[in-house]
Design a protein around this ligand. Structure first.
Ligand code: FES
Length: 473
């Protein structure tokens, strides 16, 4: 054995070892050699992204629930200090040392460099596997950066942009159904956003009232019944009559439990966004889960393949691994029968496998990712929405959210500091949110709106840095 015997470990073993490393160490490992660089770009290693925290030396990479706590006032003050330093930072003229302390400027530069690296180098490779993106209290993130990140992360379920300087243009990339998995959106303190953002959000969540097309972005070959032989070996004729390797999905017929005609998508291994996608489907097949998958094979393979201002209640790389590793990984996943990804990361918030990428590059939702119900119908899974301090939002924005089927899963709604909304807009939105929990429903104390006796009051009364009609009282 040579001195580099670590590199001779099987890729899945190396991947598991890499799973114990933090983001900084992973970046160092990516510079060892091309093989390690490819391994470090595996999607499961980058499910949950906290670049602002990482820039401060915190290497947490778990699901957001465990760090979903409000920062203390000292930390918020330090972030505001850095924000002011950033305002005085002229990139062309370098840094004006007379403005801001050196440590604040260093922190700002570190954060900005990290965000740029994330957007230009990491997300193009692993974006489709990202489930959480937390940019809260970033003093350097721009609307352009957020727009770029959102376009690269179509599978986001948790997005936190608290107290950032973004505007409506950050969401320009959201088209119909562009963010169908989004469950948690925190825009607290984003004072520049307006009704436009809410309209885009409503569009991005999909349309409950319109029939959904399974495999949006995918390439539908045919939906007619297929010959049994085609289902068995995973080879189906395309529109030109040529036999192609494909993945075949069955979906219940709309309105009935019986399976509908199979829907077929081409699957090109070179277009796979993440090895985990293929592994997950391999696991499903091995586990006999044929509800959504009746056959899968890979072309070229062997086919085995709480707020600081809280108040009491109201009225008070792409994984560019070799084909052999692809096959190896599938076999390993099938043998293991599931569990966490190779990185050993928690994927509890990522229920359901990431949908395989199809020829056309978009994620397709066979079998039903979280936002897809039976028959591929959209469910708009948004559960948490905070617009605290978004003082430009009006009834028109709330109305946009109540359209396209409303928000059937919404449990937490914070409209504290939304100075322009009225009881009419609130009532309209609430009537479209059947799951709303009054304990987690916050709005201005001066509005006699829906659920007035049971809803919670404004959270921004003594906040100091978020809008409130009673500021200064
Ligand atoms: Fe009216 Fe805070 S916005 S009480």
């Amino acid at each position: 054995r040579g001195p580099d015997h670590v590199s001779q470990l099987p890729p899945e073993t190396l991947l598991r070892l890499l799973g114990y490393l933090g983001p900084a160490d992973l970046c160092r490992c990516s510079q060892v050699c091309r093989r390690w660089a490819a391994l470090t770009r595996t999607g499961t290693l980058w499910r949950h992204l906290y670049p602002v925290r990482w820039a401060t030396g915190d290497s947490y990479q778990g699901p957001p629930g465990e760090v979903d706590q409000e920062p203390n006032e000292e930390w918020v003050r330090s972030r505001q200090h850095e924000g002011r330093a950033y305002q005085h930072w002229d990139e062309d003229a370098d840094i004006d040392e007379s403005e801001g302390s050196p440590w604040a400027l260093a922190a700002v530069r570190r954060e900005k460099a990290l965000l740029k690296g994330l957007g230009y180098h990491l997300l193009p490779a692993v974006g489709v596997s990202v489930r959480s993106l937390v940019l809260a209290y970033s003093s350097t993130v721009s609307s352009k950066m957020v727009r770029q990140m959102l376009s690269l992360c179509p599978g986001l379920s948790h997005l936190d942009l608290t107290q950032t300087d973004i505007s409506d243009s950050a969401f320009d990339c959201w088209s119909l159904g562009a963010s169908p998995r989004l469950q948690h959106l925190d825009l607290s303190g984003c004072g520049k956003i307006s009704d436009q953002t809410l309209r885009k959000l409503s569009v991005a969540l999909g349309n409950l009232s319109a029939p959904q097309v399974p495999g949006r972005g995918g390439r539908l070959l045919r939906s007619a019944p297929l010959p049994v032989a085609a289902l068995l070996d995973g080879r189906v004729p395309d529109a030109a009559g040529r036999k192609r390797q494909a993945i075949v999905f069955r979906a219940p017929a709309p309105g009935g439990p019986a399976p509908g005609p199979p829907r077929v998508w081409l699957l090109d291994p070179l277009e796979l966004a993440d090895i985990e996608d293929a592994a997950e489907w391999g696991r499903r097949r091995a586990g006999g889960d044929t509800r959504g998958l009746t056959g899968a094979s890979l072309e070229g393979g062997s086919s085995s393949t709480s707020c600081c201002c809280r108040r009491s209640r109201r009225r008070a790389h792409r994984t560019a691994l070799s084909a052999s590793f692809l096959q190896h990984r599938l076999s390993a996943a099938a043998a293991a029968g599931g569990g966490d990804g190779p990185g050993g990361r928690d994927s509890s918030c990522c229920s359901g496998p990431a949908a395989p990428r199809t020829k056309n590059g978009g994620p397709c939702p066979p079998g039903g990712p979280p936002s897809q119900g039976p028959g591929g119908t959209c469910t708009r899974p948004l559960r948490f929405l905070s617009l605290s301090g978004c003082h430009q939002v009006t009834d028109a924005g709330l109305r946009a959210l109540s359209q396209r089927g409303g928000l059937p899963s919404l449990e937490h709604l914070n409209l504290s500091g939304c100075l322009l909304v009225t009881e009419v807009g609130l009532q309209e939105l609430v009537s479209a949110c059947p799951a709303l929990n009054d304990e987690h429903f916050y709005y201005c104390d001066n509005i006699d709106g829906p659920h007035a006796d049971t809803a919670s009051g404004c959270q921004n009364l003594q906040c100091g840095f978020r809008a409130c009609c009673r500021s200064g009282e």
